[in-house]
Design a protein. Sequence first.
Length: 703
Amino acid sequence: MDLNENNKGISARKRKAASPSPNRDASVTAPRSIEMTRNDRKRRIAGDTDPTTSAAASDIVEDDFDSESSSAQLGDIEPGEDDNNDEDGISEDDEEDHSDDPYGMSDSDEDGFGPPELEVEMTTLTIAHPENFQVALKSYRQEDDDEFEEWMQTLIVTCTYDGKEIGRGFGRYVKRGFIRDNFWCNMEEPCEELSSIAFKLFDRYGRLKEEYINHPIRKGTGCWGTELDLGNLFILEYISIDKGFRRKGVGKAMVNALIAKAHTGERNPAFTIVSPGYLTRDVEKESHGKSKQEHREIINRAHDTASAFYRSLGFRRIGASRCFGLATDLSHKARTLLVSEDFDLPELGPDPHDDDKGDDDDFFGTKAKEKAMNRIKEEFPLHHAILSLADEKCVEYFESYKSPDNIDEWVKSDRFGNNVLHHAACELKPKSVQWLLHNVDDGERISSGRNREGHTPLESLLDQLENKRSKRQHGMMTIVMSDSFGGFTPDAISSVAALRGLKAPSEAQVLQLKYGCTCGGCIDGLLSPRMKFALLCQAEIAHDMLSMDIADAEIWCMMHDYMIEHVAPDIQRNFRTNKSLRQGFSNIFDYAATALRSNEVPTIDTLINVWKDSGEWPPVTRNFYQRGGTTESALRRIFEFARDQDEWAGDGDHMETFSEQVDVLPKCRNDHEFGFVALACGIPGLGQYHNPQIANNMMFMLR
């Protein structure tokens, strides 16, 4: 089969499902991600329903205009918020706008050849200040590509005055339950903006990242929690108003119209999310001829203005991220938070070299990098040593540098708040980390230091390792790597161990560090108690089912056709005439259960050893193997059943059935990583579209 046919257009991954974003050329597409949606996977839709206490669409945001024909409730600006916010707010990823057309529209769109407009609503509004004038708002749903229409709808609003369009905005309504099992990959497909918010805020299953809930700094106000794991989402992607009509309430009217549209019909978003940004063309005009520092200040003001605008509508920052959320539930804690109480990100320290001129002939930036390293060497010699020397040489430099006269140098932080231990940890230099901890960390003055992100050196390293474990950036494409994780490097393991105070970690601890175990109970560092229980349940249930009616070939083959899917076709045919083969295949599930009950990771080799040690008679499993049967054909099915019934990766049946047994088991980072654990057991490609030719092509791109 042709590769292009197999992949359904690997080069067209990022087709826009609506009007192209302002920073995206509509004629340019990006490659398709490796991971694909499985067509036959069960969808977890339960739980993505309206909150118990929900707001009417008209009550979700507050506004300051009068309506002649709109059903929207009108209200005042939120107390304590300035009414004069710049109403040209877009998602942060729309900042790089190099297009002459602010809306990314083509001539064909103007001529009526664009995607069909559905659910069109027209509203006339009177803007009350500074003087009365009328604008017309048109809101509608735009028809999306077939591959997205099951779970995403693009909603658009336009604003006209005297027949001229003065504003436009759009957002995406996301039915999260339909893409829960493959959240990152599905959100990465339609556009860069959805991808950015998905990877910033959520994990691979669409759950709010743990750091925004429990981290002492990264949780921000602490108003957001696991409630963000459930429910449909509305992502505000782009709002732009002509300059002459800003600060008049037009932007608020447009946002209000978009959110109201997101609550019509069968749409029921539990949360509206936005990542405020600015339009590059506006900033470039204002910063023309200014210094780098002045340009930076202009950008910061633009961000602050956009943030203030959304805060005036009731949005509040989600943790310490750049995203803001608005809960539909009127009783949500963030709804009670005053603007003055919302969390602000710490400012980036000033760069004394902002006004340095670049070299016109420095095409590859080599000279700029050399200048930067020279400045670091002059201002932060310890940081420079970490960045430029090998681990052993770095320790030698530290030994020669240490002196009672320069004790303060060891705690110095750069403009990002990183001290020397932050750099040593993230550069994976375990000997340097150990030396710093043993020689200059009196009172934990460097190991407890927090950078601008709120991370200690250990937290910075763990965050870096988590990013490497889960994803990889390739141009505009973010590739999900979770299922291909093979463990962290020895230097990473040693660095984490040192920062955690493990002077001589045991073999079990080393494996847990290698595979990112967070519960302390993972077998061989990777099989968590909850996943072990899930696999054991599936192995036992499958064996019991396959043992039923095993003497009746016709009934057995009919009842268990889905169980034997991975068995070779010729053996499947022989199942109809050979009871020994049926029994041998069934027994492999029992051997998997035996291994799990013995606290062994169910690798292919382990299951074969369990079989050999069983003294099985008659030798039905040997007969199955001799006819060409494989352990993988059974083990893969066990993993697939466990994944498909998982609370987040599947339909949730396992949790609903065994909740009492599951709840008493410790939670772990590895609980739902079926692809990674299956790979370690000798089962590749679980949970992703597995085509060796395509995989090889993608890996070639990443070299």
